[in-house]
Design a protein around this ligand. Structure first.
Ligand code: GAP
Length: 492
């Protein structure tokens, strides 16, 4: 799959009602997207799938739902005010803005070598990615002491300036805090500066004691949450991959501090397995341990679950050992201690945490990219989404062959019956071939056609989206057959 397929997926999403550009009638707002009727169904199914896997199926994980707005001191304590920033630089010729690490990732090894000679003491040419992280760290430290390097001393090209061979005139490098600012209060004078949360995790940390004491959970146990997060990203792109408003699926799993290593391994494997269960190709997924230079300010060790997108291997989820950093910080800055009374040792302790933090929208994009298929059938192009029946917006479409002879009424009744268990859709418009094509693009795994044989024999045809195979089954067995087929799909 090449990079142009992302454009094809964006176009399919609009055509079929998965995703629309936000504020499209006003020319659109960059990198913000609205979920349409099919998109919202699939998104909800992904969230349900995660909630079932992480919360409902376990004794030792409970859920919560915190407010997006939190006391501004939360973000001082968590380190987001002082440390949650990226370095950015603009090309004055193209007016294009870059995140420094992204800009450097697009440069040749020669340029990275020159930068490494300037900024790094030890430099391993084979570790380009690691070198870039280290260079960015050194530049960041230099900026804090008032020294800003001039990127124009190096041959750093701007890939956006194609007509002028990548020529650039770089501004100074600046630090940019990624939190979205807003004001809290009714008048300018009384308003306090607040932030839209950049991660849902802090809502869990600040409620640790509330949740632990009311749910009477014992270590090790987890608190999970699904919710919106906001980041004023310098560069966005690749459709839903990096946006400024997105939704997170976060689990904070609290453990005894000497047990983080074990739980980091356990949760990394569990989380990788979840993506495979979601129907994503196993050979396109991997777990990658973080180099020390990549770790977030709160993290001691981390694995990323990555997927091989048309634009390269990229992060879907981070599983991190956050140690006791967050609870320690809140204990230092807040008025109420977040501690756990350990009955065995008869004392209060601060638990450590292993976090599994994923993105709903990124998972959604991954499912689409992984399922998107173009093939030729009898000389014609067929586009389909080979989505798992677990997350396909519609599980089964029902088509009366013709609009007469009582076939629509029977089809409607079948739809009502299927809806008791699965999502179903009644489609009467256009030739049967067109209706199949529409549902293939919507990722609907099964289609039922009601025809004249249905009147005589009480049977229907069941069509499989991927193989296009059709079988005849009794009308009374539709739900049972769907159940069996979905089960087979899950176990294949
Ligand atoms: N609480 C830890 C945390 O927020 P993160 O690696 O910054 O860690 C976790 O984010 C996940 O949230 C990412 O793996 C990704 O799936 C999603 N995510 C982060 N920034 C995003 C963005 N700008 N657009 C879409 N998803 C994003």
């Amino acid at each position: 799959m090449d990079i142009s397929s992302i454009e094809k997926i964006v176009s399919l999403c609009k055509r079929r009602g998965f995703i629309f550009q936000s504020s499209e009638i006003y020319g659109g707002l960059g990198s913000t997207w609205d979920y349409g009727p099919l998109g919202v169904e699939m998104k909800q199914k992904i969230k349900n799938h995660w909630w079932q896997a992480v919360v409902t199926s376990r004794d030792n994980v409970v859920g919560m739902d915190a407010a997006i707005l939190m006391h501004p001191k939360v973000w001082e304590a968590s380190g987001h005010v002082s440390q949650f920033h990226d370095l950015m630089v603009d090309n004055k010729l193209t007016k294009k803005r870059y995140r420094l690490d992204h800009l450097l990732e697009a440069q040749s090894e020669v340029v990275i070598g020159e930068l490494a000679d300037e900024f790094l003491k030890d430099y391993n040419p084979a570790e380009n990615f690691d070198n870039i992280q280290k260079i960015v760290q050194v530049i960041s430290a230099n900026i804090k002491t008032g020294k800003t390097p001039d990127l124009n001393q190096f041959n750093i090209l701007d890939s956006a300036n194609k007509k002028d061979k990548g020529k650039a005139d770089w501004t100074g490098i600046r630090q940019f805090n990624l939190m979205f600012r807003t004001s809290f209060g009714s008048s300018d004078e009384s308003a306090t500066e607040a932030y839209l949360r950049p991660e849902t995790a802090q809502g869990i940390f600040t409620n640790f004691s509330n949740v632990q004491t009311t749910s009477r959970q014992k270590l090790p146990f987890g608190i999970a949450q699904i919710g919106k997060a906001f980041r004023n990203e310098i560069t966005t792109g690749n459709f839903l991959f990096r946006t400024r408003e997105f939704e997170q699926l976060e689990l904070e799993f609290f453990v005894y501090p000497d047990e983080t290593k074990k739980w980091l391994e356990t949760w990394s494997q569990e989380r990788l397995a979840w993506y495979i269960k979601l129907g994503i190709a196993e050979n396109k997924l991997r777990l990658r341990p973080h180099a020390e230079t990549e770790l977030a300010h709160y993290s001691k060790a981390c694995y990323d679950v990555e997927y091989e997108f048309p634009f390269g291997w990229s992060e879907l989820e981070g599983i991190a050992d956050r140690g006791t950093f967050d609870l320690d910080q809140h204990n230092e800055h807040s008025v109420k201690k977040q501690v756990y009374f350990d009955q065995e040792s008869n004392q209060n302790i601060v638990p450590a945490v292993v976090e599994a933090s994923a993105g709903v929208d990124r998972t959604f994009l991954t499912c689409l990219v992984d399922a998107f298929t173009e093939e030729e059938v009898r000389g014609e192009k067929r586009i389909l989404l080979k989505l798992s029946p677990q997350i396909a917006p519609i599980t089964c479409a029902v088509f009366p062959l013709v609009k007469k002879d009582g076939l629509p009424d029977i089809a409607e009744k079948i739809v009502q019956d299927i809806r008791q268990e699965f999502s179903a859709f009644f489609d009467i418009g256009g030739s049967i071939g067109r209706r199949y094509r529409r549902q293939d693009e919507a990722g609907t795994p099964y289609g039922i056609t009601v025809d004249h044989e249905t009147l005589e024999e009480n049977t229907v045809t069941l069509r499989d989206r991927d193989s296009m195979e059709q079988i005849r089954i009794p009308t009374a067995n539709i739900r049972k057959t769907l159940r069996e087929k979905i089960n087979d799909w899950d176990n294949k």
